[in-house]
Write a protein that binds this ligand. Sequence first.
Ligand SMILES: [Zn+2]
Length: 432
Amino acid sequence: MLRSHRTVALSLALVGLSLTATALPAQAPVQVPPEANRFSAEVMDISSVARALHWLEEHFEDQVEEWIHINEIPAPSRMEEERGRYVAERMEAEGLEVSVDAMGNVVGIRRGVGDGPTLVFASHMDTVFPMGTDVTVHRDGDVLRAPGIWDNSAAVANMLAVVRALNSAGIQTRGDLIFIGTVQEEIGLKGMAHWLDENEGVADMLVAIDGGLGAISYGALGIYWTIYRFHAEGAHTNRSPGRPHPVRALADAVRSIYEIQIPEGQGGAVYNVGMLGGGSIFNAIPEEASFSMDLRSVNPILLDSLDAEIESRVARAAEAHGVEWSMEVDSRSEAGGTEEQLADRRIHPLVVTAESIYGHLELGNELRPSGSTDANAGVVRGIPSIAVGRSLGGENHTLSEWADIPSALPATQAVLLLAVTLAELAPEPISQ
Ligand SMILES: [Zn+2]
């Protein structure tokens, strides 16, 4: 998307609207209705569920091997095809109804017996590492090291293990379980958004398996990525005095943007200028200078007003220096709302049940009204959505990424418990 010379007046009007808005009221303590929790410890004693949980333990070493294997299939965003093929084959081998959509999402449906909610699990298959990155996994005691090993190969392996455990224990749910290996999560949740738009009304609840173990996210951090460019004719340094200068405009714009006061009590916002571009020689005014903006807030109104304010400051700097300007929207991931705005979501059975399961397994059950996973695409579409952790780990999006092996087991068991409690266990068939 490319826009030029958008009127400053419009931006200022938007800013006036909300940057001066009064702070939201302080939050009252949450009253969770007890029936919202669909989990009780007895669920784990139902024979089929106990078998499935035990199966995961028994086959955990296989899961770790598959985790390593998945990681070693390179899958940069938009190049997930080979990894997707592997996931599709494994799902087919487990008897799921498998399809690959136009974007490359791999979708495996495990039909329920009927009369239950449809629960979607999503593990993104893509990584931030370009093709050619060494993704060989090094095992070091209880730790796996490799780019992408934690974010998000761990979750893809967890999801496949859950499918196998459900099958081997003969578990039937009332609702359908849909398992999706999504694409392009790292570049704006594009695969998940596509699937949700193409399958409107299908998902009653969405669980993204992504992020560290210990927190349950039920909101959506809005993230706007934009490139701003300043353009002019350029001139030799000797003829530069007084001439329109893209870099001087850029410098003023960036300084001015960092002077914006973030209003208190509206959910907060952060932003960062992470990339600068332009020019190629010492002795000339460059024809173009650019900077990137990474702007984030859970509050959609604040996000849009800050976005407009940034744009207006760019426009003013351009005008002051007599240069042209343009902007390119790289990606827009919408905000889900502040904690106060998500108060109803906080007490939804999906969130409360997850909190209960993670608490019972002592995995940590910190609830976050934010998040930056495939679940965001559900949150902003009004679908109850959470993100749960895949294992402990760290340094994701760097070459020294690592993941803790043992924690992936309870993380996987928790996903299985979410499936049987929320898609509702069907009565077990009478054995002969
Ligand atoms: Zn991720």
